[in-house]
Design a protein around this ligand. Structure first.
Ligand code: PGA
Length: 247
């Protein structure tokens, strides 16, 4: 059975003081978690959070990385730097980066490859806009996004995590129904299985307005293996309740 993963995506939130307070509360309540727990934090706080999480069961992640290994790329952050700070996960292809920074499927795939080369795990995000859903294009869109990655990675696909995040559900309070989410997760699972048996066992997280009151029913769907949690990861009691809903 796949162990579920609940990963907080703090996005561009936090401060030295608020991070310490949030993690203090989360650490005090996380010991009974059955699932794996991670937090993906802004770059400047990686060192602080690495220190705070020492000797805890919570793993550390970043929210993006450069597609380049090193060099003249002002403002970018290399995977080797993330590895230096003990990151296990790196989110790639979040819809906010695809939209705000025009990240293409090919770029996202290259980033996923860099993350694997550095010995970390990419959390590859896919998801459709509301217009695409209404036009009946959901399956085509998410498969196109995932295929760019599996095509480049081949057998190494087995080492990634996928996150399905319908864009219309992110930060909107509007969640995909468990059935809507499972349907897409099933499509993604079928594609992963076509890559190989081991790839078929890749964890597929759901993200988009996951909250304490909807987490359990989402996480109990056959092909949902945990969640990527934005807003609810910023409040310790909410995050802990979501973690408690996973298995
Ligand atoms: P949300 O964000 O939980 O605030 O909807 C999820 C995400 O974008 O990863």
């Amino acid at each position: 059975m796949r162990q579920q993963l609940v990963a907080g995506n703090w996005k561009m939130h936090g401060s030295l003081a608020s991070n310490a307070a949030l993690l203090g509360e989360v650490l005090a309540g996380v010991a009974t978690a059955r699932c794996e727990v991670a937090v993906c934090v802004p770059y400047p706080y990686l060192f602080q959070v690495q220190q705070l999480l020492q000797a805890s069961q919570i793993t550390l992640g970043a929210q993006d990385c450069s597609m380049h290994a090193s060099g003249a790329h002002t403002g970018e952050v290399a995977v080797s730097m993330l590895q230096d700070f003990g990151c296990r996960y790196v989110i790639v292809g979040h819809s906010e980066r695809r939209a705000d920074h025009h990240e293409s499927d090919v770029l996202v795939a290259a980033k996923a490859e860099r993350v694997l080369e550095a010995g970390m795990t990419p959390i590859v995000c896919v998801g459709e806009t509301l217009a695409q859903r209404e036009a009946g294009e959901t399956t085509a869109v998410v498969l196109r996004q995932l295929q760019a990655v599996t095509h480049l990675l081949g057998e190494q696909t087995q080492r990634i995590v996928v996150a399905y995040e319908p864009i219309w559900a992110i930060g909107t309070g509007r969640t995909a129904s468990p059935e809507q989410a499972q349907e897409v997760h099933g499509v993604l699972r079928a594609h992963l299985r076509s890559v190989g048996e081991a790839a078929g066992g890749v964890r597929i997280l759901y993200g988009g307005s996951v909250k304490p009151d909807n987490a359990q029913v989402l996480f109990s769907q056959t092909d949902i293996d945990g969640g990527l949690i934005g807003g609810a990861s910023l409040k310790a009691s909410d995050f802990l309740a979501v973690v408690a809903a996973a298995r």
